[in-house]
Write a protein that binds this ligand. Sequence first.
Ligand SMILES: Cc1cc2nc3c(=O)[nH]c(=O)nc-3n(C[C@H](O)[C@H](O)[C@H](O)COP(=O)(O)OP(=O)(O)OC[C@H]3O[C@@H](n4cnc5c(N)ncnc54)[C@H](O)[C@@H]3O)c2cc1C
Length: 499
Amino acid sequence: MDKSIIIIGAGIAGLSAGCYGQMNGYKTRIFEMHTTPGGLCTAWKRRGYLIDGCIHWLTGSSPGNSFYRLWEEVGAVQGRTMVDPENFIRIEGKEGKVFIVYTDLHRLEQHMKELAPEDKDIIEEFINAALICTRLDMPIEKAPELYSPIDGLKMMFTMFPYLRLMRKWGKISLTDFAQRFKNPFLREVFPLVQDVPDFPIIGLLTTLAFLHNKAAGYPLGGSLEFARGIERRYLDLGGEVHYKSPIAKILVGNDRAVGVQLADGSEHHSDIVISAADGRSTIFDMLEGKYVSEEIQGYYDKLPIFSPLIYISLGVAHSFDESHTAAGINFPLDEPVTIARQELKRLPVHIYNFDPTLAPEGKTLLTVMIDSDYEYWKKLSEDSERYRAEKEQIADQVVALLDRRFPGLAKQVEMRDVATPLTFERYTGNWQGTYEGWLLSTKTLNVRMSKTLPGLNNFYMAGHWVMPGGGLPTGIMAGRYVTQIICKNDKKKFVTSTP
Ligand SMILES: Cc1cc2nc3c(=O)[nH]c(=O)nc-3n(C[C@H](O)[C@H](O)[C@H](O)COP(=O)(O)OP(=O)(O)OC[C@H]3O[C@@H](n4cnc5c(N)ncnc54)[C@H](O)[C@@H]3O)c2cc1C
């Protein structure tokens, strides 16, 4: 008899675990609390626009690298047009100066040298490191937990140039690195290239390498369509998804996971349970904190997460001719403004003029992401009128700020939508509404988390709560890895197929 697996959550990790489980002869079922697949990888309709809520760049978007082969296995990329950005980000200064992080590394080098000829040496060192990354294909096929000593040696051999870079650039944050520039403008704007606290330079080098190789594009049609592709593959493989099915409890007997209990009280049994849902609620609510080590407790007490967001979307009756930037345009404000109690001196905006499926003809979707404090919104939500009013006020403020940068924009806005950290929490269950789980920082870069819990058998975790840094790649990798571990435990050879 085939063994059965229940998977909690139809995000990218849950759907991937489902696909690989089906490929390996397990009878899998996914229980998802929402009505659509994708989790954070989603989109929603508002007044003729489709608001994309996720993919800015998809690691492994083109053939020739190991990530693409994985995306092919789960049916995510076939028949999908990828658009490659010309720029990673455009950072504007106050006196008309602009730092454009071109995705072509040679063009970027030339541009940086024009901006800061006095920093020629450090610019060359940085670009050369990124070029080394362009020549590497990461061995991601196999779960690190299953590495034999020979696999380890092979990995060291293949990854030797990268491991050297990791040693050199893994411990330096963008902010610290920026201090090495003599040029004051580069010193000021470089940390904004990936505006995340303590973000390691190696993370940026890897992203730039994928972009240079045209392997970090955007799938036309957006994030929900992308997730639906994986859902289709899962259903074709014989999997079952149950939507509107929030799991309240993981059922345990003799320290073995034996099934799940839904919020409506119904029970469903299986040989194995995989949680691809929020880590904290899995461990501390669904399992009542009974299977926790000091180490795991420490993650949840101390590790930083990607900041929750206010996500402002605008439908604008105008077609913008700005070039496609993966991470948007970041521009300075004439004067600082306070939004949700935070002072902002700059504003980032994403202009989706490269995806006609998101807006009616001649019109454009714009999104603005602002880091925000979860507790502030939690408190505010006790008074629903004030919560709603705050969202309206933020939309007014953002429109006014964008109008200064794009004169006339305010009159062209015909759709406004504001999602808060509570929106992300409500729709995806992610702790504090974070958009990517554990922060990738110089301190978490080498943290390896277990995909099992101490003392609990037949139970696994997948997704961005077990792989710091998060993102879509960790979703598919974790889904694949837990299935490999399950196969190994069942003494089965792990197999895959590509449709
Ligand atoms: C604005 C934004 C931009 C992003 N940009 C990028 C990008 O450009 N590139 C990139 O790689 N990544 C990006 N990310 C991050 C990426 O979307 C996530 O890291 C990734 O999708 C996480 O996948 P996951 O499956 O681990 O988790 P999730 O997507 O959180 O999936 C978990 C699923 O579990 C379900 N669930 C939770 N609790 C329960 C329960 N009790 N019962 C049943 N179901 C439950 C949820 O509804 C959800 O569907 C972005 C995210 C956001 C929000």
